[in-house]
Design a protein around this ligand. Structure first.
Ligand code: SF4
Length: 154
């Protein structure tokens, strides 16, 4: 059987690549990856898109652009990061991508609505949407409650 490959939001593994210069290590994700015996490739679409860390927080606006609160349009960087993650996932034959929740790049089931008021909408981030449109299986940390999920879903 060929080796399984999982791409993972790097901040979930402890890399301090978030907009605020911090990480978001997740024990459930780490345990899941350990149990899966998969090859793990960390990704951060915002850094891969050329953005620095720390960086101003940004949100997807109702018109689809990604803007910082001060009005800087960072859509191109978000799109570029998403494309790079897609290319990497395809090149490496990823079976699964685990993405951090609520992020304007990585959020799978929800993200903030663009008003910078911590209001969530049920819509994906830029990278999650692109990967989903290409048929790549996505999970968020909150999906990892079940045992042997990897085997069951693939
Ligand atoms: Fe984490 Fe994704 Fe944000 Fe990078 S873009 S810091 S991987 S949530």
């Amino acid at each position: 059987m060929s080796e399984k490959t999982i791409l993972v939001s790097a901040c979930l593994l402890g890399t301090p690549c978030r907009y605020d210069g911090k990480s978001k290590p997740n024990t459930a994700v780490k345990a899941f990856l350990k149990a899966s015996h998969a090859r793990v490739i960390p990704i951060c679409p915002e850094v891969m898109g050329g953005l620095v860390t720390p960086r101003p927080p940004a949100e997807i606006q109702p018109d689809g652009r990604v803007m910082t609160q001060s009005g800087l349009d960072v859509t191109a960087a978000y799109d570029q990061g998403a494309e790079k993650v897609l290319q990497l996932a395809q090149k490496e034959g990823a079976n699964l991508v685990i993405l951090q929740a609520k992020s304007p790049s990585c959020g799978v089931s929800s993200r903030y609505d663009g008003s910078f008021t911590k209001t969530l909408v049920k819509a994906p981030g830029v990278t999650a949407r692109l990967l989903k449109d290409h048929g790549i299986q996505l999970l968020e940390p909150q999906d990892l409650g079940g045992k042997n999920l990897f085997e069951r879903k693939l």
